[in-house]
Design a protein around this ligand. Structure first.
Ligand code: ATP
Ligand code: MN
Length: 445
């Protein structure tokens, strides 16, 4: 049995076919009914024509309600009417699971806010269904990108005893029996430190897994549980890191343009006007490279008033990033060489002694989508920075070992997967690009 996507891609005309799916709408004519059925395999529904000669026509078909589950057997034929190329002339329609008149997804537009109250049913809408197909494709393309380039996927722990960067607050892991691990443990905020250990053995590795941050950020770009893609490369500097990050972004967007065309056209029409042009531009445009110093100069010269004042040393806020990306340059940006004071301890200290070999990539509509750096590979410099940050070196003995034995320059970055899906789909809120979002005060199912 083929799904609707398969039937539409290569229609076996005038042959018997079987489909299963959920009823979107029913329209009745004098002696027959039209059923619009969707099975989630693609955006398009398939139209089924059911004549009153079917035994269950009056008893069942004419009562079928939106949302019910059906199995249809019939002949696939060219459709005489406008709106679809093919349709199914039903020989048999079986009601598998009824839906009542209280089914929440009656045919009309529903707001994203309403849909978030029914996270378990919203994948049956066009928009969320499309987001999830695009998300799945982007995940596949991510693995393809790294595997083609000889990266080894590593599964870093979800429960961790090293707080990566104070990147955000950690969720504590506790049990009723007290100190389960013999020391404090939490849910990982990043797999990076562990990925470094594997990069310094396998050369090129990547992680792609869930991360958790208990930061109280109620924004359209933060989740408490999100997925991150984190490559880590030995014998690599910041230049190589930036090149890999740009190549990954372009590859993923190009892949979605090629393989998710119908879903992206829906987003372009109803979710973000100009989405396709934006995505094509990302694939073709050069990214603009600014140092942090240059970015600050541009912000100081900006003809706008920021609510968070600008001076050298600030951690750029969303309003600053968006001004640079969406107004000043209207292009994706890479900002490098941030002040050491606003970046985590593991980033490599530059010769100027005041900046680190960090890079953030910003894209229009999102702001930061990637954060990365060359890592500090010199034991003495790293120890000094950790002590200055008030860290206990004994807790990180394993991490320091990596600098004691066969240390080498290495670099990596983190790409927030939901920010990527948001960028590619144009969805306004990050909670609408993950199946079951978790955010402060929000974890419905
Ligand atoms: P931001 O400044 O936007 O809060 P960050 O600097 O804390 O992000 P990093 O620690 O550099 O983020 O994490 C790497 C990437 O992970 C970010 O570039 C972003 O794409 C993503 N990311 C970070 N925090 C979140 C979050 N709470 N929800 C979703 N994605 C996130
Ligand atoms: Mn960052």
């Amino acid at each position: 049995m083929r799904n609707i996507a398969g039937l539409l891609a290569n229609p076996p005309l005038d042959q018997s076919v079987e489909i299963t799916g959920w009823l979107r709408t029913r329209r009745d004519a004098a002696s027959f009914s039209f059923l619009e059925i969707n099975d989630g395999s693609c955006l398009a529904n398939i139209q089924v024509i059911v004549g009153d000669d079917l035994a269950n026509y009056h008893s069942e078909i004419k009562k079928l309600a939106t949302g019910c589950a059906l199995r249809v057997v019939g002949t696939l034929r060219a459709s005489p009417a406008k709106g679809q190329a093919v349709e199914i002339a039903a020989a048999q329609v079986e009601l598998i699971g009824a839906a009542g008149a209280d089914y929440p997804l009656q045919k009309k537009r529903h707001s994203p806010e309403f849909l978030r109250t029914i996270c378990h049913l919203r994948p049956r809408t066009n928009a969320i269904g499309a987001v999830m197909r695009v998300r799945s494709r982007l995940a596949f393309a991510t693995h393809q990108f790294f595997q083609e380039r000889g990266f080894v996927q590593t599964h870093t722990p979800i429960i961790t005893t090293s707080d990566c960067e104070g990147a955000g607050e950690m969720f504590e892991v506790v049990t009723g029996q007290g100190d389960f691990f013999g020391k404090p443990a939490g849910l990982t905020v990043s797999g990076q430190l562990q990925a470094e250990a594997y990069a310094l053995a396998l050369g090129k590795v990547y992680t792609f897994g869930p991360t958790f941050r208990a930061e109280n950020s109620n924004t359209s770009r933060h989740l408490a549980e999100f997925w991150m893609i984190e490559p880590e490369m030995a014998f690599c500097d910041l230049q190589g890191d930036m090149a890999m990050a740009v190549a990954l972004l372009k590859y993923l967007v190009a892949d979605a343009l090629k393989n998710c065309a119908a879903d992206l056209e829906l987003f372009d029409a109803y979710v973000e006007k100009g989405l396709l042009a934006k995505l094509r531009a990302l694939v073709e445009q050069d990214f603009i490279h600014l140092t942090y110093d240059q970015a600050i100069e541009q912000l100081l010269a900006a003809p706008v008033k920021f609510s968070y004042p600008v001076h050298w040393g600030i951690d750029p806020q969303s309003e600053h990033e968006r001004y640079l990306c969406e107004e000043r340059y209207k292009a994706p940006l890479i900002i490098t060489d941030y002040p050491a004071a606003i970046k985590p301890f593991y980033m490599r200290l530059s010769d100027d002694g005041r900046t680190v070999a960090a890079m953030d990539i910003l894209v229009p509509g999102i702001g930061e989508i990637i954060g990365g750096s060359q890592r500090e590979e010199r034991l003495d410099v790293l120890e000094k920075r950790m002590l200055a940050a008030g860290m206990n070196l004994d807790d990180y003995a394993w991490y320091l070992d990596l600098r004691r034995y066969g240390s080498a320059p290495h670099a990596g970055f983190g790409l927030g997967f939901e920010r990527l899906v948001r960028f590619v789909s144009g969805m306004a809120n990050i909670r609408d690009v993950i199946a079951f979002p978790r955010a402060p005060g929000f974890a419905p199912c």
